[in-house]
Ligand binder design. Structure first.
Ligand code: AHR
Length: 498
């Protein structure tokens, strides 16, 4: 068994963990809404058509915030289409996904669902085909008490109290050529700045996320963030990051090392935010909203065929990645990376929540089940509370195809308000267990531990409707804490010390 060590010191704190680090995302895309959260006529549907089985899985994930309604979809979306009597709502061609949007579920219905799911809404406004005027109108519709055109329209549509949405995205991936109304950095910066000003004039209590580049791989990356923030710095609170990883070549070691890239990405965006802060002599700090992240590649081929075959279809099974065990390990490693950067990453939304590259899958008219990636997300959301600690890890390091010096053991740790410590750790080694010795400096002594692990001998193992527990966590019996913890090969581990 390999040796590894972890030092945690009560005085070395990264920062407080914002609950919104465990957020999610629902886009009007594929079967996320129709056939996902909403399926009237399903045996599990409630009086509004929301699936109770899906809601109970969402509640197990304990999701603090859900980004809505897109994604690429939002760049052509007219929010007015989605309010008022259902029979009057138009069917529109969605040019983002080449499907038809029926608007059966709109702002009011989604807010009702969010309440049932115990979550808040992070609302994205359309800065693709629309601009500042519509952005301020939707804030008025959502948040203004009454006595104006849009607030009174909301009341007429059945909702007296404001929705009280506190967090807004200023468009989505606006540097992407695939985006409706894609923009240059200058065009976006001016539009976002003016939209932000107007939105905050309507409701000064809201927080705003400016679009960063749609991925660190974009040629625009870096320069885009710098230009956009230089223009909008005073008006926005966060800049967005999006990143998806995949393993199309079946190189698991390399795939599991992808969080080296993620960490670098975060640190680069932090530097850009702080460079603009310095240039502007600003006191305020702009933080990071990692509002799309996950593994995404399994469904690419199938989606191409589906889009060709059923152009303008409704609720097509798009982006339905079936996640395997190694994906769960990578998701665990991504969560570890967010926790270790909790001083600057304040919001993170796993993309997405149901059916579309999601931890929860459903069958129309059938069951709902947890994919492999559900579990690290559930654990981190439940136990990643309080303050994130600075971990000092010593272990074997290896090179993979794209990365050098990859630590075989990766970890993050939090201390909660009662002084309990939780360690989240992944053993990347596919063949050998590790013995992790933990040195807890300046902490009271811990005598007991609870360990939960996620492991499967086959990295390609998946959960299905008929075999939903193929990859599921094992909760080990509570045991004395000796200072050493065994991390099985290829495993996600959650260790609670008390
Ligand atoms: O989450 C799926 C898509 O990925 C989103 O619509 C878009 O923002 C990103 O490219």
């Amino acid at each position: 068994m390999k040796k590894a060590s972890l030092i945690l010191d009560r005085n070395y704190v990264v920062g407080p963990v914002d609950r919104r680090l465990f957020g999610s995302f629902i886009e009007h895309l594929g079967r996320a809404v129709y056939g996902g959260i909403y399926e009237p006529g399903h045996p599990e549907a409630d009086e509004q058509g929301f699936r109770r089985d899906v809601l109970s899985l969402v509640k197990r994930l304990n999701v603090p915030v859900v980004r809505y309604p897109g994604g690429n979809f939002v760049s052509g979306f007219r929010w007015e289409d989605s309010v008022g009597p259902r029979e009057n709502r138009p069917k529109r061609l969605d040019l983002a996904w080449m499907t038809t949007e029926t608007n059966e579920v709109g702002i009011h219905e989604f807010a009702d669902w969010a309440k049932k799911a115990d979550t808040e809404i992070m609302y994205a406004v359309n800065l693709g085909t629309r601009g500042p005027d519509d952005a301020r109108n939707v804030v008025e519709y959502l948040n203004h008490p009454s006595g104006s055109l849009y607030s009174d329209m909301r009341i007429k549509n059945g909702r007296r109290d404001p929705f009280g949405v506190k967090l807004f995205c200023l468009g989505n991936e606006m540097d992407g050529p695939w985006q409706m109304g894609a923009k240059t950095a200058e065009e976006y910066a001016r539009t976002a700045c003016e939209a932000a000003k107007l939105m905050k004039w309507v409701d000064p209590s809201i927080e705003l996320v400016a679009c960063g580049s749609s991925s660190s791989r974009m040629p625009t990356f870096g320069d885009w963030e710098y230009r956009v923030l230089s223009e909008c710095y005073d008006h926005v609170d966060y800049v967005s990051l999006h990143r998806y990883y995949g393993n199309p070549d079946g190189n698991t070691e390399d795939f599991l090392a992808s969080t080296m890239d993620l960490d670098e990405f975060i640190k680069t965006v932090v530097s850009i935010c702080d460079a603009v802060k310095g240039k502007k002599h600003a006191k305020k700090r702009v933080n990071l909203s990692f509002d799309e992240w996950n593994v995404w590649y399994h469904s690419h081929k199938q989606d191409k065929e589906l889009k060709k075959r059923d152009k303008w279809g409704r609720a097509l099974p798009l982006l339905e990645d079936v996640y395997n065990f190694e994906d769960a390990l990578l998701v665990g490693l991504m969560l570890i990376t967010f926790l270790r950067n909790a001083d600057r990453v304040k919001i993170a939304c796993m993309a997405q929540l149901v059916n579309v590259i999601a931890p929860i899958m459903t069958r129309n008219g059938g069951g709902a089940w947890a994919q492999t990636i559900f579990y690290p997300m559930m654990h981190a959301s439940a136990l990643g509370r309080g303050e994130s600690l600075t971990p000092r890890i010593e272990c074997e390091r290896r090179d993979t195809r794209h990365y050098t010096d990859v630590p075989m053991v990766d970890a993050a740790a939090t201390v909660d308000e009662n002084g309990g410590v939780t360690i989240f750790a992944v053993n990347r080694d596919l063949t050998e267990d590790a013995c992790l010795s933990v040195d807890l400096r300046a902490f009271k002594s811990f005598t007991r531990m609870k360990q939960t692990t996620l492991h499967h001998d086959d990295v390609n193992a998946v959960n299905t409707e008929l075999a939903p527990n193929t990859v599921a966590p094992t909760q080990h019996p509570e045991a004395p804490f000796t200072g050493e913890i065994r991390l099985g090969r290829a495993s996600w581990n959650v260790i609670q010390l008390y």
